[in-house]
Design a binder for this molecule. Structure first.
Ligand SMILES: Cc1cc2nc3c(=O)[nH]c(=O)nc-3n(C[C@H](O)[C@H](O)[C@H](O)COP(=O)(O)OP(=O)(O)OC[C@H]3O[C@@H](n4cnc5c(N)ncnc54)[C@H](O)[C@@H]3O)c2cc1C
Length: 152
């Protein structure tokens, strides 16, 4: 099994592992290339599409004994938050920025979560952080580092 520097396994176009019958890899662990030979990014939309593809492909293989067409990533666009009320959205064919993009970012992220409970929880956490200015990021320090910094 061949892995790159990032630990990703280069898979066949149907996400099967070369030389390993019945073994498939999807998501961040899979190194999949687009038609131009570029590696697909380690993003949630890639992982989700691969998961859905693999589910369908395995059902087809088990029930009909048929192989599926290669996995093709459908890029739905890229987005990034750039401030408290600002984001950018690049759909390829159109760009949105500022607070409309920020609102769109939030709506789409909540919509894409699995299950009503998760959506409700994330909305509640975001509203709380928005109102209290509490930051989501947490630093994880090695016990050795934190005790050393206390001594200084
Ligand atoms: C800080 C951060 C921010 C990110 N922000 C974005 C973003 O804004 N937009 C975006 O599109 N992508 C983002 N990503 C990337 C995105 O999270 C990943 O591409 C996506 O989650 C990959 O999905 P996955 O299913 O391959 O892996 P994961 O989502 O990591 O799922 C792997 C699962 O396997 C479980 N697991 C691990 N080892 C074992 C084991 N031995 N036995 C059983 N279970 C195990 C883990 O607990 C985990 O639940 C971000 C990633 C990080 C780290």
């Amino acid at each position: 099994m061949q892995a790159d520097k990032a630990g990703r396994i280069e898979v066949n176009p149907d996400l099967s592992v070369p030389g390993m019958e019945g073994v498939y890899v999807a998501g961040d662990l899979a190194l999949v290339r687009d038609r131009q030979g570029r590696a697909l990014p380690g993003l949630a939309q890639v992982a989700k599409q691969q998961g859905a593809y693999l589910g369908r492909a395995l059902v087809k293989k088990i029930i009909a004994g048929a192989d599926s067409a290669p996995f093709v990533f459908n890029n739905r666009g890229n987005t990034a938050i750039i401030g408290r009320h600002s984001a950018v959205f690049d759909f390829g064919w159109c760009r949105v920025k500022g607070w409309p993009a920020w609102l769109l970012w939030a709506l789409i992220h909540v919509y894409l979560l699995v299950g009503f409970e998760h959506r409700l929880l994330v909305v509640a956490q975001w509203v709380w952080r928005y109102l209290t200015y509490e930051r989501g990021a947490r630093l994880i320090l090695e016990p050795e580092c934190s005790s050393r910094s206390k001594l200084k």
